[in-house]
Design a protein around this ligand. Structure first.
Ligand code: NDP
Length: 451
């Protein structure tokens, strides 16, 4: 069986690489999933015969377009826009939009591929997609961001809709960008529908959507800890990033009695051994969301903190690590340092933040490791709840949404335990999330024929 599995993985990856040149992040995401699923697929010849996994690794549709806009100096700028509509077997395409200079087709395909399994795990009727642009919002004026978003939507509006494809935010796309895109969509289509999630509360947004990914990640970490009769209370937590996910993960850790000692951005990290309390977090939220400043300024304001220029926060002693910035931000060496420092739990708020070497170490050392597609699924889950509220034309309370979010995160955890528990009792959340996310999509694809 072992030989058969490695042959299956090797052949599958050879085909992926030859069909999708120069897309390393996409290979990485697919490889992890194929490794998990190979034994399951080999045991189910119908899945093999119907080429379910092969079809899942081929986007149903990719839209790629020019996004021209005029900057504040009157100069014409040209960016590239994308939407990867990966899989609609169980619902309309759903997934965020990323604006970052690094965005390319391969990165969006990795994110869209992960999104399909993640959305299935939420148990809501959501297909998977992802989009974005190599536009960098940093340093741009509000008017430049608005003109860019409008130009981006001038093309994208043709391909999305409440029953077709419902985008949301991601890196570089927060409330401001979603609002500009929604406004332009509404103007072009002359309709008010729930085509975006993460909208403002006054125009169809769901309570708790901004908080959902960060909160959900901490709920998931808490579920994992419970399996070891542990909890967040009293634990020291290292968090990376300082954007949407990092901010609300910090808030929930504080609420649950933990101590957060790090945050970061793409220039460096801050380490505050006294802990980032509520007042300091409020400062970070204003700094990042309104002033759009750098995390370095935290260390200038609070003398208890150190600024680690150009460094990730993983060298700091902690019990729990929550990577909440970006892909491949935690490598094998850093994973080893975390383990040596006594870290017992890693829950990924970001998508694929741990390199394959880091993941292997977490699994070999049998620490609690929650991969992004399970741990950060709270964001898209509340997006799904926003879609429901939009269809019903009503708005739930924050408490109602929080209750549903907690229950969804508990169910995802239970599904991972069901499909990922090894003979020795260790829960391999990678296998658990991949297998349980896959089953529902595969069943739907089998039922719907070769389409
Ligand atoms: P934001 O844009 O709000 O914040 C991103 C943070 O990560 C910023 O602090 C940013 O720093 C940092 N960052 C981005 N790129 C890099 C890089 N290359 N190296 C180091 N730091 C970097 O994005 P989100 O918080 O929304 O997203 C964070 C992660 O969570 C992403 O992986 C995203 O895909 C994932 N995610 C987000 C969801 C959501 O609901 N928003 C849902 C599920 C997953 P800087 O300011 O310097 O760019």
């Amino acid at each position: 069986m072992e030989n058969q599995v490695s042959r299956f993985v090797e052949n599958f990856m050879a085909e992926i690489k030859s069909r999708n040149p120069a897309e390393p992040e996409f290979y990485q995401a697919v490889h992890e999933v194929v490794e998990s699923l190979a034994p399951f697929i080999i045991e189910n010849p119908a899945l093999m015969k119907n080429k379910i996994l092969e079809r899942m690794a081929e986007p149903e549709r990719v839209i790629m377009f020019r996004v021209p806009w005029v900057d504040d100096n009157g100069d014409v700028q040209i960016n590239r826009g994308f939407r990867v509509q990966m899989n609609s077997a169980i619902g309309p395409y759903k997934g965020g939009i990323r604006f970052h200079a690094s965005v390319n087709l391969g990165i969006l395909k990795f994110l869209a591929f992960e999104q399909v399994l993640k959305n299935s795990l939420t148990s809501l009727p959501l297909g998977g997609g992802k989009g974005g642009s190599d536009f960098n919002p940093k340093g741009k004026s509000d008017n430049e961001v608005m003109r860019f978003c409008q130009s981006f939507m001038n093309e994208l509006h043709r391909h999305i809709g409440p029953n077709t494809d419902v985008p949301a935010g991601d890196i570089g796309v927060g409330a401001r960008e979603v609002s500009f895109m929604f406004g332009q969509y509404k103007k072009l289509r002359n309709e008010f529908t729930g085509t975006f999630t993460g909208k403002g509360l006054d125009f169809g947004g769901s309570p708790l959507r901004p908080e959902a990914t960060g909160y959900g990640t901490v709920y998931f970490a808490s579920e994992m800890l419970k399996t070891k009769k542990e909890s967040i209370k009293g634990k020291t937590v290292a968090i990376s990033g300082s954007g949407n996910v990092a901010q609300y993960a910090t808030q929930k850790v504080l609420e649950m009695g933990g101590k957060v000692v790090t945050l970061s951005d793409s220039n460096g990290s801050i380490y505050d051994p006294e802990g980032i309390d509520e007042e300091k977090l409020e400062y970070v939220m204003v700094l990042k969301n309104a002033v759009r400043g750098r995390i370095k300024e935290y260390a200038e304001k609070y003398p208890s903190a150190q600024y680690l220029e150009g460094e990730r926060p993983w060298s700091v002693k902690c019990d729990i690590a929550l990577p909440c910035a970006t892909q491949n931000e935690l490598n094998g060496d850093q994973a080893q340092i975390l383990i040596d420092n006594g870290c017992i739990c890693v829950a990924e708020g970001a998508n694929m933040p741990s390199t394959p070497e880091a993941v292997k170490l977490f699994l070999d050392k049998k620490i609690l490791y929650g991969p992004g597609k399970a741990a950060n699924a709270g964001g898209v889950a509340v997006s799904g709840l926003e879609m429901t509220q939009n269809s019903m034309r009503l708005q739930w309370t924050s408490d109602e949404v929080d209750e549903k979010l907690q229950s969804i995160m508990k169910n995802i955890h239970a599904a991972c335990v069901k499909h990922g528990t090894q003979e020795d009792g260790f829960v391999n959340y990678v296998n658990g999330s991949n297998v349980s996310g896959f089953i529902k999509v595969a069943n739907a694809m089998m039922a719907q024929g070769v389409v």
